[in-house]
Design a protein around this ligand. Structure first.
Ligand SMILES: [Zn+2]
Ligand SMILES: [Zn+2]
Length: 349
């Protein structure tokens, strides 16, 4: 099979690997779709020095496909099953795993060479490959009504967007300002519209703002040329938004997110690009603002999200602007690196 590794400084290698075979408790998934995530760029752009000591594993962590074969002791999936695959697969037995927080498990298997909050570094081969070997526990059934690309997006970007919108209890009562219309923000547009909210999209890149508008953004704000907070207040009759979520990780957007909500506003932080940010406590206290961070998503969220997407006829695949074969990985990553596209997917027949 073929697989893609990141070498640092935007260089990659596409090479042949032996077909993986499952050990006890493992499954091998034949890849049908693997989407590229913004966080893949963090590894892709790393300096060669920073790559030293990082396990040279196959990249990619948004996998979806069909189970090819399973090892002994596997009962949750069987060959032929359509599955989306978690990229942080917990042990299944610790308190975090039992509560659904696989991504907090200290014994988790993680793929693709990215660092984790737990201090672990992904040390297993990822999804930019024809096949993926994983603990079978990480294979989640993909309903027939959802496409393989839907399933790949749900494995990271979609799940992350769904999780924060449900945490902030978004509903048709709300005007929601979404900062950053990259892949996660675009998923949030589709999901927030499905929840009935009115959506304001805030984005400095014209291509992405236009994409957001085609996906249902009710009011677009160009963050490069407009006074964002003023504009949010204008379109909410001076009240401010009920909810604001930052996906960009940029401090100017985070600060605007806090400032653009009205009394009792709910604010979520997802993106983590800039490190330090001074927040004025009075901004939170005087307007009774709730601020929440949200890392990826709980394992049980996947099932709620699948039901929600089907019930509301939402296809996260609509966020995809480009599809490539794995052999075109150099071109695909160079294009995604411009940060002017929607989601980009590798697809197989
Ligand atoms: Zn991701
Ligand atoms: Zn665990």
């Amino acid at each position: 099979m073929k697989g893609v590794t990141f070498l640092g400084e935007r260089q990659i290698r596409i090479q042949e690997y032996p077909d993986p075979e499952p050990g006890p408790g493992q499954a091998v998934v034949t890849m049908k779709a693997a989407t590229i995530c913004g966080s893949d760029l963090h590894v892709y752009r790393r300096s060669k020095d920073a790559m030293k000591g990082v396990p040279q594993v196959i990249a990619g962590h948004e996998p979806c496909g069909v189970v090819r074969t399973t090892g002994t002791g596997v009962s949750n999936v069987r060959p032929g099953d359509r599955v989306s695959v978690l990229h942080a697969i917990g042990c299944g037995n610790c308190v975090d795993c039992i509560k659904g927080y696989d991504y907090r498990c200290r014994k988790m298997d993680t793929i693709d060479g990215r660092p984790w909050w737990t201090g672990q570094t992904g040390n297993k081969d990822g999804s930019f490959a024809d096949q993926l070997l994983v603990p079978a526990r990480g294979c989640l059934p993909l309903p027939d009504a959802l496409s393989f690309i839907d399933g790949a997006i749900m494995a990271c970007a979609g799940g992350t967007a769904y999780e924060v919108l449900t945490k902030l209890r978004v509903s048709s009562l709300d005007t929601v300002a979404l900062y950053g219309l990259g892949p996660v923000g675009l998923c949030a547009v589709l999901i927030a519209k499905g929840m009935g909210a009115r959506v304001i999209g805030v984005e400095p890149t014209p291509e992405r703002l236009a994409l957001g508008l085609t996906l249902g953004v009710d009011h677009g704000i160009n963050a490069a040329t407009e006074d964002v907070v003023e504009e949010v207040r204008r379109v909410t009759q001076g009240r401010g938004a009920e909810v604001a979520i930052d996906f960009s990780g940029r401090n100017v957007a985070r600060t605007n997110a806090i400032h653009c909500v009205g009394f009792g506003g709910r604010v979520g932080f997802i993106g983590h690009t800039d490190v330090d940010l001074a927040i004025q406590p009075s901004d939170l206290i005087s307007r009774d603002v709730t601020l929440r961070g949200s890392p990826i998503f709980k394992t049980d969220t996947y099932f709620d999200m699948a039901d929600f997407l089907i019930d509301h006829a939402i296809s996260l695949e609509r966020t995809v602007t480009h599809r490539f074969r794995l052999e075109q990985a150099v071109e695909a990553l160079q294009l995604f690196d411009t940060q002017r596209t929607g989601k980009i997917a590798f697809v197989w027949d």
